[in-house]
Design a protein around this ligand. Structure first.
Ligand code: FES
Length: 106
C-alpha cells in the first residue's frame, strides 16, 4: 500500500491509499477525483489519464513503454514529467507518491 497524494487542478490535494499492483489512475477513479478521465479504462490508448510526476517519484515506477511514450509525445501540454497514470503501477518501494493532476481540458 502506498499513499498517493493527488495535487488537483483547483489547487487542493487528496490523499488516497493505493494497494500495490494497482495504478495511480485506479486510485483516482475509484475515489471520483477530478482531472483523470481514463476513457480507455487503463489500456494505454486514450491519454486522458495524463499526470506530471517529479523525477524522484518517476524513479519509483517502471519507465514508459514505447506505447506510452508515443501517446505522451503527441499530448498537448506534455512536459518531461508527463506520464500516463494508468501505466504507473504502485510497487512495494514507495510510501508516499506525489502526482500533479492536470485539468482534463488540457
Ligand atoms: S486510461 Fe487511457 S491511456 Fe490511461
Amino acid at each position: 500500500m502506498a499513499t498517493v497524494i493527488y495535487h488537483l487542478p483547483d489547487g487542493s490535494s487528496q490523499s488516497v491509499e493505493v494497494p500495490v499492483g494497482q495504478s495511480v489512475m485506479d486510485g483516482s477513479v475509484r475515489n471520483n477525483l477530478p482531472g483523470i478521465v481514463a476513457e480507455c479504462g487503463g489500456s494505454c490508448s486514450c491519454a486522458t489519464c495524463h499526470v506530471l510526476l517529479s523525477s524522484t517519484a518517476n524513479a519509483l515506477f517502471d519507465p514508459p513503454t514505447d506505447e506510452e511514450a508515443e501517446l505522451v509525445e503527441f499530448l498537448e501540454g506534455a512536459t518531461p514529467e508527463s506520464r500516463l497514470s494508468c501505466q504507473l503501477i504502485v510497487g512495494g518501494d514507495a510510501d508516499e507518491i506525489h502526482v500533479e493532476v492536470l485539468d482534463s481540458d488540457v
